[in-house]
Write a protein that binds this ligand. Structure first.
Ligand code: ADP
Length: 472
């Protein structure tokens, strides 16, 4: 077992602090400890990021890009070790962990380049003796609070654009998965990224969060996690009027029409649903299938789900790892029980296999009053229901406080576009179960969040607009 330290102002610190244990959810074993930081460490990190900001912001975009590129290269070289660490602390199958490392590193690669394209603007004046300019400048110190389901990508998706824009960051990773975050910081240090530019504080979420919220030097909060905590942080940001980006919960619908290629629809729906054992905010949670193809889809889908292999993520061939903790398992159990009581039929799965492993589950005859149709399950449960017409499907899909991702399967492209346009969702996968990618905007409508990560939209979140009016 290893005792990790946290990274503040270019130093590995926190040896004297109480320790927090990190578990491997596959075997329910403590694998490491991290320091339990609090108010003081959060302040030290903010001091360091604030002190490092002017020099980092003053570098040229090309110089910052070179640092990011070096960091990218080191992550690439250490991809296997990082992925193993991720599987051990988080549970996802190793092939998915490697996939996440590539996706995560993709943000560093992409934003290293995009930082060179932070363009300003000149605006024609209405008088001849003035010239009007728009400049973009980094917002300043950024606080990033991240969840456990994507231990690397949720960090790089925030930190890469922040650094490329010229901001410095303080990061609080989730308590379940701090090791991947600390390893990323270690490689950032190796890449020569100056001290104070990246700081990682582990410990009490509330104590650390409260310090950063109250600190007026922290100009931006970027958060991925539950809608509930997102709302708390948004309220907490009000007193210092921070810029806020929030990636919150989702409750993704899938619409499969009678014009779908059913093999494609099944494959895309399985990919969207069972990745990370159903623990992603873009996982499909409600599957609406047009009545003409309902039986055929449900049969094919169930067969494919039956073939998924549960196991320790380190074992070759594992498709479904453990859930993150006991609460997660209980939530899936509750959703299955509620659905069955209300008349759903279990097509496959339906219970805990052992420990934190829940069987990949398909239920049919689902109705809109069931919990699983109204709350995010965050587990391997796929409810299938029937619809008659397209307008009904859109209406039912939109009947949610969430608006993050949605999926549509149809080979009729006019129908597909019509449905995509009618959906109140920030991301639509049209015949695509895995739409997320570093160069495209990711984010939600409604209570799924504010702002976008990824693509050229992602860097704007870390920039202030300055208008300069020059009188000649
Ligand atoms: P999840 O359900 O994914 O665990 P949370 O919203 O609880 O989602 O957690 C996401 C991140 O927010 C984690 O890093 C967690 O420690 C942090 N967090 C939770 N509560 C607070 C809080 N009151 N203040 C600041 N951060 C918090």
């Amino acid at each position: 077992m290893e005792n990790y330290l946290m990274y503040i102002n270019g130093e590995w610190t926190g040896e004297e602090l109480p320790k927090m244990e990190v578990d491997n959810p596959a075997v329910n074993e403590v694998i490491a400890t991290v320091p339990k930081g609090g108010k003081k460490e959060a302040e030290l990190a903010a001091d360091a990021a604030y002190a490092a900001f002017p020099a980092w912001a003053a570098l040229s975009a090309y110089e910052r890009s070179a640092y990011l590129r070096t960091w990218f290269n080191l992550i690439q070289e250490n991809e296997n070790e990082l992925a193993r660490t991720m599987t051990i602390e988080q549970g996802k199958p190793l092939k998915e962990a490697i996939g996440e490392m590539r996706y995560a590193n993709g943000f560093i690669e992409w934003f290293a380049e995009e930082g060179k394209r932070i363009y300003g603007e000149t605006i024609p004046a209405s008088v001849t003796n003035k010239r009007l300019f728009v400049h973009k400048q980094p917002v300043g110190v950024v606080a990033a609070i991240t969840p456990w389901n994507f231990p690397a990508a949720m960090i790089t998706r925030k930190v890469a654009p922040a650094l490329a824009a010229g901001c410095t960051v303080v990061i609080k990773p989730a308590k379940q998965t701090p090791l991947t975050a600390l390893k990323l910081a270690e490689l950032a240090a190796k890449a020569g990224i100056p001290k104070g530019v990246i700081n990682v504080v582990t410990g009490s979420a509330k104590e650390i969060g409260d310090v950063w919220l109250a600190d007026e030097r922290v100009r931006k909060l970027t958060f991925t996690g539950s809608t509930e905590v997102g709302k708390l942080l948004m309220r907490g940001s009000a007193d210092t009027v921070k810029k806020v980006s929030l990636e919150l919960g989702g409750h993704a619908p899938v619409i499969v029409t009678k014009n779908a290629d059913l093999d494609k629809a099944v494959e895309g729906t399985v990919a969207a649903k069972f990745r990370n054992a159903g623990q992603t905010c873009v996982c499909s949670n409600r599957i609406y299938v047009q009545e003409e193809v309902y039986e055929a889809f449900t049969k094919k889908f169930t067969e494919k789900v039956k073939a998924l292999r549960i196991g320790n993520g380190l074992e070759e061939g594992t498709d479904i790892g453990p859930l993150i903790d006991k609460n997660a398992v209980e939530k899936v159990e509750k959703h299955v029980k509620d659905a069955v009581e209300k008349g759903a039929k279990v097509e496959t799965g339906g219970s805990v296999k052992e420990g934190l492993f829940f069987e990949p589950t398909v239920i049919s005859n689902v109705t809109d009053d069931m919990l699983c149709m109204n709350e995010e399950t965050f587990g391997p449960l796929a409810p299938v229901t029937k619809f008659a017409g397209i307008d009904e499907a859109i209406k039912r899909a939109n009947d949610s406080i969430y608006g993050l991702a949605a999926y549509v399967f149809t080979e009729n492209i006019s129908e597909g576009i019509k449905i995509a346009e009618g959906l109140e969702y920030g991301i639509v996968g049209l015949n695509d179960g895995l739409p997320s990618t570093p160069q495209a905007p990711f984010g939600g409508f409604k209570q799924s969040g504010l702002g976008r990560e990824g693509g050229r939209y992602g860097i704007e979140e870390f920039l202030e607009v300055k208008y300069i009016s020059l009188g000649l």
